[in-house]
Structure formats: C-alpha cells, structure tokens
Design a protein around this ligand. Structure first.
Ligand code: 6CS
Length: 316
C-alpha cells in the first residue's frame, strides 16, 4: 500500500514532524509506504479535507478551526478559555479523553473519517500591527481567523472585526493591510514569517491550537485488523513524539523572532487584563450552545469533566 497523507503545514512544521514520525513507523514495521503532501501541494485545508473524505487520498491533517464548519461539535476546541494552559494536563487530556476518543471519533465516522489522533500544536498568540492589552485595542482591527464560524463569534466578542480566510491568503492580506491581525501558535508565527507583517505579539492564554489526523473511513475499514492496529500504533507513536517535540518550542520560536526583529512588541496579559476577554468568552459559549443543542452541550460537559480527570491524573 502507498498511503497518501496531506498536511495543512510544511514538512518542518509541527504537522510535518508528526507525519514524518508516522511515516517512519509505518515503513519500519510493514511493507507499506507513506507519501506526505505538505501544505500547498494539494490545496488549502478545505480541499485536502474533502479529498480525504472522498477517498482521493487516504489521510489528512484537518484542524477544528476549519472542520468546525463540517462538524459543529468540533467548535468546542475553538472556544476561548476552555482548554487547560498547563501543557502536561493538556497532553494527558488529549491522550485519555473519552469525549475525544469516543464521542468525537463517532462524529468523524459520520462524516466518512476514522480519527487516528488529535493533538495540541501550541498556545495561540495574537499578532497584530498595534499593541493589544484590552478588547478596546481590537476595535476596527480586521482580524483573520480560520473559517469555523465560532472563531468569528470569538473575535466579535473580543471587539475585533473578524475576517475568516484560508491560510494561503493570510500573509498577503497582512502585507496589503487588508487585515491587521491573526492568531496562531508561536512556532507557526516564526516559521511562516508572520512577524515580518505584524509588529506585536500578545499572549492572551485563550486557547491552544488543536489538529486532527484523519483517515478515509472506507480505506481504513478495508484494512486487515493487523494493518488497522499498525495505523493506530503509528499514530500513538507520533503523538508521544510530537508532545515531547513541543517542549520549549514556544519560547525557542519567540527567541528566534526577537533575534530577527528585536523591535517586535511582546505583551503577556496579566490576570486582570485577561478578565474582559474571559467575560467575552462566556458569550461565545452561549453561541456554541445555541448552535449545537443537546449534542454540543454534552460534548462541552464531557470536555470539562475529562479536563478535570486529566488534571487529577497529572497531579498524582
Ligand atoms: O492558521 C492556519 O490556518 C494554520 N495554522 C496552523 C498552526 N496550522 C495549519 C493552519 O492552516
């Protein structure tokens, strides 16, 4: 078998490092091969997700920032101030959450996918042209978000003018001043040179970037039990690798940015400064609940219970 696997990122970025580990595991433990298609080779996230859904390729990395449009409950990952900030708790949550591995895995099944893994890619920061210390500073700022509607609600609540765009258009839009802000994990701000077209970084603590590794379900169901297990083992191997890989990555990336551009502004919101953003997050939660009904409420409740369980497990 040759497994075609498309990414939303470049090969040296987090999704690429994960995919490379997955590929090496599969190729070391079977006669199968994995061909990785980094961002840009098969289109934007929406294109590669659809391609995998239709069976044109076997695997894809698809982030809830985009797939929240397809599966409304996935917007739980996009809600501000829900995921834990402690990275050990966060990793344990992604490792053990029944809401992820049973409930949401089932929702992916309904859309023709087998979920192999979900993992965090790092704390999300805002990068903007002007400093941001409060929602007032976002007034009139066209702020790019991924295309899931709840991200539009989030930045509306944060006081900005949200502008959903596919990734490929972001650099140019910032350069042309059509947008004046965007959010992403620090490694990505560094690797995609976002710091060249924005002047301030703000740590708000409102989210961690989540992604999902999906296989086409018809393809996966057609594999032998042995090959299905191999795929799952490869995914867990890559999961543990990518969690460790990210230790210190935010700080190292920030250092590289400051070396390239010493005048870059860096603001870490204090608890007090975060308060209005937390208040706004309540509003977004209401939007999520109104749009997803009982199923969405159950996912959010399950999420919070699983996060508490992860916190307890890490404290032991
Ligand atoms: O902002 C985005 O659209 C992109 N950000 C990351 C960290 N990965 C892929 C995604 O397309």
């Amino acid at each position: 078998l040759d497994i075609k696997y498309a990414l939303e990122e470049a090969i040296h970025e987090v999704q690429g490092v994960y995919a490379t580990q997955f590929k090496e595991y599969i190729e070391a433990n079977s006669d199968h091969t994995v061909t990785i298609f980094p961002f840009g080779t098969l289109g934007e996230s929406a294109d590669t997700t659809e391609l995998a859904q239709m069976g044109g390729i076997e695997m894809v990395t698809a982030s809830p920032g985009f797939t929240g449009s397809l599966i409304p409950e996935l917007n739980v990952f996009n809600l501000p101030y829900v995921l834990p900030e402690d990275t050990d708790v966060l990793a344990e949550f992604f490792r053990s959450s029944p809401t992820i591995h049973e409930t949401l895995a089932g929702r992916y099944n309904d859309q023709g996918f087998e979920m192999l893994s979900m993992y965090p890619e790092g704390e999300v920061v805002m990068t903007t042209k002007q400093p941001v210390e409060s929602p007032d500073d976002l007034a009139g700022v066209n702020f790019r978000v991924m295309t899931s509607p709840i991200l539009v609600s989030t930045y509306e609540a944060f006081g900005a003018t949200p502008t959903p765009l596919p990734w490929g258009e972001v650099f140019g839009a910032l350069q042309l001043n059509m947008i004046q802000g965007q959010e992403n994990p620090m490694f990505f701000v560094e690797s995609t040179n976002m710091y060249e077209v924005t002047d301030h970084i703000t740590f708000t603590g409102h989210n961690n970037f989540t992604t999902a590794v999906l296989a086409n379900k018809t393809f996966f169901d057609g594999l032998s039990e042995e090959d299905q297990q191999l795929m799952r083992d490869a995914a867990w191997h890559a999961f543990e690798y990518i969690i460790e890989y990210q230790e210190g990555l935010t700080e190292a990336s920030l250092e590289m940015i400051l070396e390239a551009k010493p005048e870059m502004g860096v603001t870490r919101l204090t608890d007090e400064q975060r308060e209005p953003f937390r208040q706004a997050a309540q509003q977004v939660r209401e939007v999520y609940l109104a749009e997803t009904g009982d199923a969405g409420a159950a996912v959010l409740e399950g999420f919070e219970a699983d996060i508490e369980a992860a916190r307890a497990a890490v404290a032991e």
